[in-house]
Design a protein around this ligand. Structure first.
Ligand code: AMP
Length: 143
């Protein structure tokens, strides 16, 4: 599928738009979802331009899943979530709204329903606080 170089995540990757970053390495970037479905909702994306998982190189796909695993562990501890939903949409028909492949890390709590997908902006102070906790957990993982 043709890649739109001006999609919102491509612009974040080029530094043209801001994001609440929690992790970056040479192949991947992770930041908080601006319209979180639960506290700690984080997105992981490859720097390689690709619309869906099927368009991604094996190397970038591997890097993405390793980053997802690492960041998910930090998210879980940062928000004290007993469960994590990790999801990934391929194509508009599947619910993909941003055409640059990404993984969602969504904390789950018993009895707490998820907010709607990409609907309501999160409070920016709260997002910054959660990002700081996630980065603290990532530092602790490294240390
Ligand atoms: P999907 O529907 O899987 O393509 O998910 C796209 C996700 O990106 C949604 O959950 C949106 O809330 C989120 N999103 C859209 N724009 C931004 C942005 N500028 N920064 C962070 N998250 C965003």
């Amino acid at each position: 599928m043709a890649y739109d170089r001006n999609n919102v995540f491509a612009r974040i990757l080029r530094g043209e738009l801001p994001c609440i970053k929690v992790y970056e390495d040479p192949a991947t970037l992770a930041f908080l979802d601006i319209m979180p479905q639960s506290d700690g909702h984080t997105l992981v994306l490859p720097k390689e331009p690709a619309v869906t998982l099927l368009d991604l190189s094996p190397e970038a796909a591997s890097a993405c899943i390793l980053t997802t695993k690492r960041v998910a562990a930090a998210v879980r501890r940062a928000v004290g979530a007993p469960g994590l939903l990790i999801s990934q949409f391929n194509g508009e028909a599947a619910g993909q709204t941003v055409p640059h492949v990404h993984f969602h890390i969504i904390p789950r709590f018993p009895g707490l329903k998820l907010k709607a997908h990409a609907r309501e902006k999160g409070d920016s102070d709260r997002l910054e606080q959660i990002a700081a906790r996630i980065m603290g957990e990532l530092d602790a993982q490294r240390g």
